[in-house]
Design a protein around this ligand. Structure first.
Ligand SMILES: [Zn+2]
Ligand SMILES: [Zn+2]
Length: 318
C-alpha cells in the first residue's frame, strides 16, 4: 500500500493517515480529502472485553480469544489501524501446552498439590496482539537532589538538560490483554525478526488496534517519560543516591510502526473455575497467569500461626 508522506505544517514531523493531531506538537491535522468517502470496515468485537478482530467469512462470530465470551459483528466508522509487521511465532502449540504444565507444576506452598494433574486445558488460542513500536527523540530537562557535593547536609540540588534517542519502545494497543500482561511480554520479543505477513500456527487470530496513534498519544508520551527518567537516573545524575527526580520531556521526533506480537491465551479449568494463562509466542519460559489457592493449606498455616502466638503468650504469662 503506497501512502502519501504527510508532514505536520508546524514542526514537519511525519504524519500517519489516521493521525488527528501531530504526535510531536499536537497541532490538529488538516482533514484528509478522502474523508467523505471513508471506507467502513466490518469487525468482530467481543461483547465482554471489547477486543476486536477483522471480519472474515470463515470466522464469522467465534468465541473471544481472550475471555471466551460471545462476539458480534459490527461496522466501524473510524479508520482501523492494522499491523504491517508480524513477529513470527517461535513457540509451537505443543510447547505452549508444555509451558502451562511447567507453570502449574511450580506450585508454591499455598497452591493445591494436584493442580498440575487435575487442571484441564479448556482452550488454547494463538494470537497476535497489536502494539506500537516507536523511536523518539526527546529533549529532557531535569531537577533532582543527590548526595554529590552535599557537604554536611544530606542532599544538594542538581539540574540538567539532555537530548535522548530512544529506540524500540513497545506500547500496547490491545484491549484483550491487560497492561500488566503486555508489559511483562514486551521485554522478550525479538522484533527484528518481524515479517510483512503473519506466520504461525493454524487458526491464529490477529487482534485489531484498539485506538489510533493520536488516541494513544498520552500513553506513548508517558512511556517516553518513564524511559527518559530511567536513562537520567542511570546516566546523568551525579552522586550515588538521589531523590525528587523530576523530568520534563519535549518530543522533537517520533516514528511509530504497527506491530503484531505473538502469544497464546490458554484457559484451564480447576474445580469449577476457569483460569487464564498467557504464554509468550517466542519465549516459552515467559508465562503469566493465575493459579488457584488451596484454602485448606492457608487454614493450616493460619492455625499454626495462632498456635505459635498462644504458646508465646503462655510463656510470657508464666
Ligand atoms: Zn507538529
Ligand atoms: Zn473478550
Amino acid at each position: 500500500m503506497a501512502s502519501v508522506e504527510a508532514q505536520c505544517q508546524r514542526c514537519h514531523s511525519r504524519l500517519e493517515a489516521e493521525d488527528l493531531r501531530c504526535p510531536v506538537c499536537a497541532l490538529p491535522t488538516p482533514k484528509p480529502p478522502r474523508a467523505a468517502a471513508r471506507e467502513q470496515a466490518r469487525v468482530i468485537r467481543c461483547s465482554n472485553c471489547g477486543a476486536a478482530i477483522a471480519y472474515s467469512v470463515e470466522a464469522q462470530a467465534p468465541k473471544c480469544a481472550f475471555c471466551a465470551s460471545e462476539m458480534r459483528t459490527e461496522t466501524q466508522e473510524d479508520p482501523i489501524d492494522q499491523a504491517d509487521r508480524f513477529v513470527p511465532f517461535e513457540v509451537g502449540t505443543d510447547q505452549a501446552h508444555e509451558a502451562l504444565k511447567t507453570f502449574l507444576g511450580k506450585g508454591g506452598f499455598f497452591r493445591p498439590q494436584d493442580l498440575a494433574s487435575r487442571a484441564a486445558v479448556d482452550s488454547l488460542q494463538p494470537l497476535w496482539w497489536p502494539g506500537w513500536k516507536f523511536d523518539a527523540q526527546v529533549e529532557v530537562t531535569w531537577t533532582a537532589d543527590t548526595d554529590a557535593g552535599a557537604h554536611r547536609s544530606a542532599w544538594a540540588p542538581h539540574s540538567g538538560a539532555t537530548h535522548l534517542e530512544l529506540h524500540n519502545i513497545l506500547v500496547s494497543a490491545s484491549r484483550g490483554l491487560t497492561l500488566a500482561e503486555t508489559q511483562a511480554l514486551s521485554s522478550s520479543y525479538d522484533i527484528s525478526k518481524a515479517k510483512p505477513k503473519p506466520e504461525g500456527p493454524p487458526g491464529a487470530q490477529v487482534e485489531l488496534f484498539d485506538v489510533t496513534r493520536s488516541g494513544a498519544r498520552r500513553q506513548i508520551l508517558s512511556a517516553v517519560e518513564s524511559t527518559a527518567r530511567e536513562h537520567i537516573a542511570k546516566a546523568d545524575l551525579p552522586g550515588r543516591r538521589h531523590r525528587n527526580l523530576r523530568a520534563a520531556v519535549a518530543l522533537s521526533g517520533l516514528d511509530t510502526a504497527h506491530y503484531a506480537l505473538p502469544a497464546y491465551v490458554l484457559a484451564y479449568r480447576y474445580g469449577k473455575k476457569l483460569y487464564r494463562v498467557v504464554v509468550h509466542g517466542q519465549d516459552p519460559s515467559c508465562v503469566l497467569g493465575e493459579k488457584p489457592v488451596s484454602w485448606a493449606k492457608v487454614a493450616v498455616a493460619v492455625l499454626m500461626a495462632l498456635a505459635l502466638v498462644i504458646v508465646f503468650l503462655l510463656i510470657q504469662a508464666s
